[in-house]
Structures are given as C-alpha cells and as structure tokens.
Design a protein around this ligand. Structure first.
Ligand SMILES: Nc1c(C(=O)O)ncn1[C@@H]1O[C@H](COP(=O)(O)O)[C@@H](O)[C@H]1O
Length: 162
C-alpha cells in the first residue's frame, strides 16, 4: 500500500523532487510520484487531496516553484500532513517558492523545508520519521542512516596549507 505521495507542480521540478523519491526508496517506503498543479490542474488537485486519506496516504510531499500554491492548497483540502518543498525558481532562486509555502495562514499548516535538493531529501526523512512512530524497523533504519552519515563526516580530511 502506498504510504507517501510525492507531488510537484511540473515535471521540471523532478531534478529536485527526485531526491525525496530516492530517500523513500532507500528506506523501503512505498510511494507514488505525480504532477499536480493548483494553477494548471485545479480539479486534479482537489480530487488528489480529497482522496488522499481514504487511499491510505500518511504524508504528502509537495514541491513547487515560484508562486508555489500547491502545498497550501493540498493542505486546505486534506488532513493528511503536507510537507512543502520550495523548488528553486528561474528569476528569484526559490525565495519566492519558500515564502509562498511557509507563510500559511493560522489553521492550515504546511511543514516547510529548505529550498531545493536538501529540502526534498529532508522532507522524505521527516516522512520516514513520522512513519517510524508506529514502525520500529524504520526507527532502526533511521539510526543506521545517521551512523553512516556520522562515519562519512568523521572520515573527512582537509588539504594541507602550502
Ligand atoms: N508553483 C506551481 C504550481 C502550483 O503551485 O500549483 N503549479 C506549477 N507550479 C510551478 O511552476 C514552475 C514552472 O513550471 P514549468 O517548468 O512547467 O513552466 C514549476 O516550478 C512548478 O512547480
């Protein structure tokens, strides 16, 4: 059963959003990927959000760039937690995406992550952590992930100054 939906406003967001998919794949979490746009496919957005809970989704990772209304509008139409990823935009480098996702009005929350690839990967790690509250094997996998990360950093070397 699919547990996490990864949606994005355009297939041009894939370079960034693939990093969420890669993390979920690494942790063995079942996910789907979809292009859904609040602006260009509003009817699809409504039906996706309205069906999310009944379809068993536990989290929706939503990435969009520019006037990034997708995460907020999904959150408006479902109680499934929405994790927003600001995708870098052509003219404002994603600061527009970040502000339009993070500044939600009181009452309709979107958990907002960093702009770009790191935000996409962290949104997926956060979704894994959410699922781990009822799945001990995911907690163990998260601990192992942190240990590997720590070992990588501890093994880092710096060049000598000439
Ligand atoms: N921000 C949104 C929404 C939305 O919020 O519903 N739909 C598409 N877009 C964004 O428009 C940008 C340019 O899209 P195109 O590359 O298709 O022109 C993408 O970053 C997409 O997320």
């Amino acid at each position: 059963m699919i547990e996490v939906g990864i949606v994005m406003g355009s297939n041009s967001d894939w370079d960034v959003m693939q990093h969420a998919a890669r993390v979920l794949k690494e942790f063995g979490v079942a996910f789907e990927t979809r292009v859904v746009s609040a602006h260009r496919t509003p009817d699809l957005l409504f039906s996706y959000a309205e069906q999310a809970e009944a379809r068993g989704l536990k989290a929706i990772i939503a990435g969009a760039g520019g006037a990034a209304h997708l995460p907020g509008m999904l959150a408006a139409k479902t109680h499934v937690p929405v994790l927003g990823v600001p995708v870098p935009s052509k003219y404002l480098r994603g600061e527009d995406s970040l502000l339009s996702i993070v500044q939600m009005p009181k009452g309709i929350p979107v958990a907002t992550f960093a702009i770009g690839e790191a935000g996409a990967a962290n949104a997926a790690l956060f979704a894994v952590a959410q699922l781990a509250t009822t799945r001990p094997e995911l907690t163990e996998a998260l601990k192992a992930f942190r240990r590997r990360q720590e070992e990588t950093v501890l093994a880092m070397t710096l060049p000598e100054v000439e």
